[in-house]
Design a protein around this ligand. Structure first.
Ligand code: ATP
Ligand code: MG
Length: 570
């Protein structure tokens, strides 16, 4: 490709609306242009990267035995009603109407469509296992589209769906995808770590997210340095020891004491009360499906919404309003507690088990209970893991201290079970002739998000440093004199022909620009190898070969091609 014949609108200035480095570089390097918030056009260079990421994904999916299909983006609403997700996913839908005013859905994901396909085409265990994938555009009405391609309204996803006849077989399908994902991200030059992920209301432990560590990531991962454990904080557990209070501090009965004006955990830790946060019970009131429940946590712990979802079996909850709280408990926030409560469900975090000598609100403004023994004084409806882990807590496997860092979720593998196959009738006859629902898994990779994650991870102050495998062009030829017939340009044209003949993706910077401009642009875009041809060095029979983010070497003009091929092999 010749630079002057394509469109690479590089920018010196950082676009005002690009908050994170990878978003700025996407725009500045001329890879994308914004249409409006959450919608982008991939320009020629950006599209080349996306196509290379897709090619890697295709190879690895095919290698793992998955079958490529292409489903329509436009989906009938009926299948969403049938699966039961028409209501629960309504917030993410983009809807369309046809001329008869009938409603359609622009697919945010494709479980429904693929399961309908399998329901129609597969009816025997002999046809299983099957895994179908596609690379396609998804539509999601995100609350907060931001960070360029990271969270867009429309984005490219690879989604795959496996169908199996038994749990064991489903586990094999899951592992194949997990292994393929490890390969895919490695081949894209990304350091991505698989972490245990929340399975939401689905339950079960088969879900992993592939996370690219980055300060700008929207997820948080807890992990131990030794590599024993890594999980999304939504799901992470630790081996925190229970805080036990000396028995002598726990008389036989709780005692109510005045705490005028004390309405926070923090305030109760201060004089004259001096109650450590870990010796307090924090009482939250939530409405689950509009009915109030109490949630108890240790004073120094925070509620984890994903764990609450798993515990109550629905994501349909919210903190109760002040009026609802007063109606339920007769006191205001800051004086709430569960001592003696039998009329409301009480969910208690595991860390409170066996707690004695605890202090908690008395459901009377300005009063607390102390010397509370949980087993004796509180009737807990359900014990559950409800808290967020914190950095420094001991790893549940090895006891080493956990670290927490931010990360970008680039992929997700998930065991679905039979939820969709049952709802949509993807049934097969097993060996005994009995009808069974297929056991499903789903596996997503954000293609456009992956491209941006590579930029977030591979860059320096001058611009992007593309891994060879996904670079828009691997070699940039930079003649510093573009006069036709000049020895510099003659050599450039020859190298262009020779490298192209060796299937190297090469771009010839044939612009009439100063050397500084050309060099800056090629650093900004981040071509892995640049070949500089200047009059002076050529007079000595040499060219300059510069590896992006690395050193510059001088090479004999006639050895350029072999030198470059050697560099590209690495
Ligand atoms: P997130 O928690 O980031 O919203 P998700 O759990 O909704 O992601 P999935 O439904 O599992 O994501 O989709 C599979 C992959 O698609 C994700 O791992 C991510 O890489 C990508 N993805 C999801 N939403 C977006 C989006 N709005 N823009 C770009 N990529 C996305
Ligand atoms: Mg999402």
């Amino acid at each position: 490709m010749r630079w002057t014949q394509t469109l690479i609108p590089t920018l010196k200035e950082t676009p005002a609306d690009a908050e994170i480095r990878s978003h700025q570089l996407l725009v500045r390097a001329g890879l994308v242009r914004k249409v409006t918030a959450g919608l982008y056009t991939l320009l020629p260079l950006g599209l080349r990267v996306v196509r290379k990421v897709e090619a890697i994904i295709r190879e690895e999916m095919n290698r793992a035995g998955a079958l490529e299909v292409l489903m329509p983006a436009l989906q009938p609403t009926e299948i969403w009603q049938k699966s039961g997700r028409y209501e629960s996913m309504r917030d993410v839908f983009f809807k369309a109407r046809d001329r008869a005013k009938k409603e359609w859905i622009l697919g945010p994901t494709h479980e429904e469509v693929i399961t309908m396909l399998v329901a129609g085409e597969i009816n025997s265990y002999r046809q299983l296992p099957k895994n179908f994938y596609q690379i396609q555009i998804k539509f999601r009405d995100e609350i907060r589209p931001r960070f360029g391609l990271m969270r867009a309204k429309e984005f490219i996803m690879k989604d795959a769906y496996s169908f199996d006849a038994s749990d064991e077989a489903a586990q094999v399908s899951y592992q194949k995808m997990y292994d393929a994902y490890v390969q895919i991200f490695q081949r894209c030059g990304l350091k991505a770590m698989p972490v245990e992920a929340d399975t939401g209301v689905m339950g079960g432990k088969f879900s992993h997210e592939f996370m690219v560590p980055a300060e700008t990531g929207e997820s948080e991962v807890a992990y131990c340095e030794t590599g024993h454990y890594a999980a999304n904080v939504e799901k992470a557990i630790s081996q925190l020891p229970q805080v036990s209070n000396p028995k002598s501090n726990t008389p036989n009965l709780p005692e109510k004491f005045p705490t005028p004006g004390v309405v926070t955990i923090e305030a109760l830790t201060k004089a004259p009360h001096n109650v450590l946060a870990e010796q307090q019970i924090k009482t939250l009131v939530y409405c689950v499906d509009s009915k109030p429940i109490l949630i108890l946590l240790r004073g120094d712990h925070q509620l984890n919404d994903a764990k609450l979802t798993a515990a109550v079996g629905t994501g349909n909850f919210r903190p109760a309003s002040e009026e609802e709280i007063v109606a339920a408990l007769g006191a205001h926030p800051g004086s709430l507690g569960a001592v003696g409560i039998t009329t409301l469900p009480v969910y208690a975090d595991e860390m409170l088990r066996g707690g004695e000598g605890m202090t908690t609100g008395a459901n009377e403004d300005g009063f607390h209970w102390r010397y509370v023994a949980i087993d004796r004084d509180i009737s807990v409806t359900k014990w559950a893991d409800l808290r967020l882990v914190k950095a420094g807590e001991p790893c549940s496997v090895c006891g080493q201290s956990l670290q927490i860092r931010r990360a970008i979720e680039v992929g997700h593998v998930f065991r679905l079970g039979t939820k969709y196959s049952e709802a949509l009738g993807a049934l097969f006859l097993d060996e005994a002739g009995k009808q069974q629902p297929a056991i499903m898994g789903c596996y997503g990779i954000g293609v456009t998000r992956t491209m941006q994650a590579v930029i977030e991870q591979c860059q320096d102050k001058d611009g992007i440093i593309w891994p060879m495998s996904v670079a828009p062009f691997t070699v940039c030829l930079t003649p510093l004199n573009i006069t036709v017939g000049h020895p510099v340009m003659i050599l450039a044209e020859k190298l262009y022909q020779d490298l192209t003949a060796h299937s190297v993706d090469v771009i010839l910077d044939d612009r009439d620009e100063r050397p500084g401009v050309k060099f800056k642009d090629s650093e900004l875009i981040g071509f892995p190898v640049r070949i500089g041809i200047g009059e002076k060095s050529l007079a000595r029979g040499e060219v300059e070969i510069k590896v992006r983010g690395g050193s510059m070497i001088l090479a004999k003009a006639e050895e350029t091609v072999s030198k470059v091929l050697e560099l590209l092999k690495r």
